[in-house]
Design a protein. Sequence first.
Length: 437
Amino acid sequence: MKPDYWNKTAQTMPQQDLKALQLKLIKQQLNYVYDRSPFYRQLYDKHKLRPEKIQTWGDFEQHVPIVRKDDIRDYQIATGDPYGGLACVPQSQLVAIWTSSGTTGWPTMGGYTREDLDIAIEAICRSYWDAGYRPGMRVMTRHGNWHWLTPITWGVIRRLQMRPVMTGINVSAIKAYKPDAFPMITTETAAALLLDAIHKAGEDPHDILGQVQIISTMGESLTDTARENIQRDWGGVQISDGGGCGESYCWFFEGGDPELPGAHYWADIGYAEVFDPDSMEKIGDVGRGELIATNLRVKGVPYIRFATEDFIDMMGDHSTHFSHPYGKILGRSIWRVNVNGNSFLPYDIERILQRFPETAKAQFFISKEAPVQDKLTVSICYDDALTSDPDALRDKLATAFSQNLGVASEITWVPLEVIPRPAPHKLVKFMDRTKKK
């Protein structure tokens, strides 16, 4: 497939030039935030860091401290500043304000200047164009009004000259409007909820969704089996899976070419590093670990060397299509359980559960019972209509966990209502029971 670029110059920039640009922008950002952000000035003074001393990658890696969400929250609490001391412009210059979802604790707050929003829209336009979104497409989208992607998505729709429906996602609107694409269906759970709504309305999903060409998923890492399930239920639709937190500007989205797997982020807009989430030692720019993100161009509320709590598999570079790195966000780094020295995420368990029809919906959560535990503890809801012998199913799943993950497991059946659901499209898939002991 011949590549088709939204911004060929930026997307195919030689890697040597890209690396030099990143360092140039990082040095500019360090001086910018030191002069304007009370949080960064306090932090850098504490570490005896003068921005002008950062001249090389080695200087950056050795001297610029990692910023964690708790650092920002502590500043919020101490000062009452909703932006945690990060804002570098007056609030009057922020054209959009958002909060994080609070998935891992107290929500953090962010905002876009007009220039920041333009940069963010450019980043997503590149990814959506690569996925196959084109001018004239009829699109429907769903977001909470607070979500960081909401102003970006509407900006992308306008810039790509697509035709949006403003009524929200519901069966009647889909039937009447016949959308070509859903730029943000969010999670697999959300896709399933829409299918349930279509069935309850007495409609055939293939009739209602038959014209849909592309959907973009985000919010939970999509397994291969989940992708196959959605494509089957949606009549073979193309899926562009994405991930990333609003603060990072290192947003990963898949393209439309199956010969080029993985999800790219745009390294002229954000800089991603990979750290061991336990030791907080740098693994490199390639590998599995916690994503540490630096905004290279943001002027409103910049995040520099920010520990995103996203656990990523950073795979490297595509040399034949894009010069930018690619990878896959697998979940939250704090949502891990250690079983006899091996760490597992909900993603690892979900991939196995989805192979069995009785548990294909992957309605479950894993429990952290101790810093290191001898068994994988999983609570699972199975499909009553497909399960005649729960004990036999438990044995099959235990065997699958043993063969695929190399660990013993303790499986508990639970009804769906026991599994917390912080939002309609999300299920809690990790429980930390050590905090209650």
